[in-house]
Design a protein around this ligand. Structure first.
Ligand code: HMG
Ligand code: MG
Length: 296
């Protein structure tokens, strides 16, 4: 069978720009511009949009308006609006703002976990247990993130078995989907191959997502490896905005427009209008000149 014919016919693109992108801007983007950006992205047909984080506003002042953003966006039927939640306080805020989909985030490396959330990996799971229990009881859809699934900015290469074990724990908590994240964009196709060989044996590929930053320009090559393993959920950020303020060397996420161009070129359906995404990015650039120029 030809290579392209054995790839999935449909893929879900998860737009993380409003959260992963805007969390990394030196200056917070005004709330009304965030709301307009999210609404444009939803109109472009993106089925899942990560809109904000209910984290400490001291840690991420760029997203201190999480409640307002979540309340003000006009919700498009069928679009899933995700928000990051680090602890029970975050869940309280997310529920009060009307969230019905949350993302819990932890890491495969202890060093990154300490810097990002001031907790060991074990402690993140202690925080998550009551969050997941209450979220499940409230009928929320839950994503889990494994940051530094391939490389840690502080401790170097990560053993795929460690990423696998964290993935397993997130599924055991009741996560519907787990995203394996290349936080600093250092993963090579070989690294992705190694982890997915293990992960797709242990879990349904349809429940795994891939989240690539594009530091080394290998994100699209890594997506190809994911497609070959039957992965059908890929994260991307409109305009390639993004990074993590707690991961030096983590510039933009894989750009949504580039991911869409690849998928279109492979004949894979996404239901997303690439030109409409580009127009949303152009509108944001016009309103905030220089946005995306200072990823760490
Ligand atoms: P902590 O520093 O360990 O201490 O926080 P704490 O729990 O005692 O809280 C510190 C202060 O924050 C206290 O306020 C709390 O009340 C408050 P104070 O007493 O100083 O006035 N607080 C909160 N406020 C609002 N909402 C909350 C909340 N929780 C505590 N939910 C904590 C731990 C995790 C909260 C903090 O370290 C934090 O918010 N970190 C931010 C982490 C973050 O957002 N990182 C970026 C997102 S992850 C990412 O980008 C990776 C990803 O893209 C995948 C990838 O690429 O790898 C997903
Ligand atoms: Mg990220």
């Amino acid at each position: 069978m030809a290579f392209v014919e054995r790839l999935p016919r449909q893929v879900v693109v998860v737009e993380v720009g409003p959260r992963d992108g805007l969390q990394n801007e030196a200056q917070p983007v005004p709330t009304e511009l965030k709301v307009a950006f999210i609404e444009r992205l939803a109109e472009a047909g993106l089925p899942v949009i990560e809109v904000t984080s209910f984290v400490s506003p001291k840690a991420v002042p760029q997203l201190a308006d999480a409640e307002e953003v979540m309340r003000r966006i006009a919700r498009r039927p069928g679009t899933r609006y995700l928000a990051l939640v680090p602890n029970e306080r975050g869940l309280d805020r997310a529920l009060a703002a009307g969230c019905d989909a949350i993302a819990l985030f932890t890491a495969a490396s202890e060093a990154f976990s300490q810097v990002n959330v001031h907790a060991s990996i074990e402690e993140t799971f202690q925080r998550f247990r009551p969050v997941a229990e209450r979220a499940r009881a409230a009928g929320l859809w839950i994503r889990g993130y494994v940051s530094t699934a391939f490389h840690c900015p502080y401790s170097g290469p990560v053993d795929p078995r460690q990423a696998l074990s964290v993935t397993e724990r997130l599924f055991a908590l009741g996560c519907h989907e787990v995203a394996l994240a290349d936080t600093i964009g250092r993963a090579t196709p070989r690294d992705v191959d190694r982890l997915l060989a293990l992960a797709t044996r242990a879990f349904e590929p349809s429940r795994l997502a891939l989240h690539f930053h594009d530091t080394a320009g290998l994100a699209l090559a890594n997506v190809m490896i994911g497609l070959d393993y039957g992965i059908t959920v890929f994260d991307a950020s409109a305009g390639g905005l993004g990074g993590c303020p707690f991961a030096p060397g983590a510039p933009g996420n894989l750009a949504t427009e580039r991911l869409l161009a690849l998928l279109e070129g492979l004949g894979i359906e996404t239901g997303v209008d690439r030109e409409a995404v580009a127009a949303a990015v152009a509108e944001l650039h016009q309103a905030v000149p220089g946005i995306g120029a200072h990823a760490c």
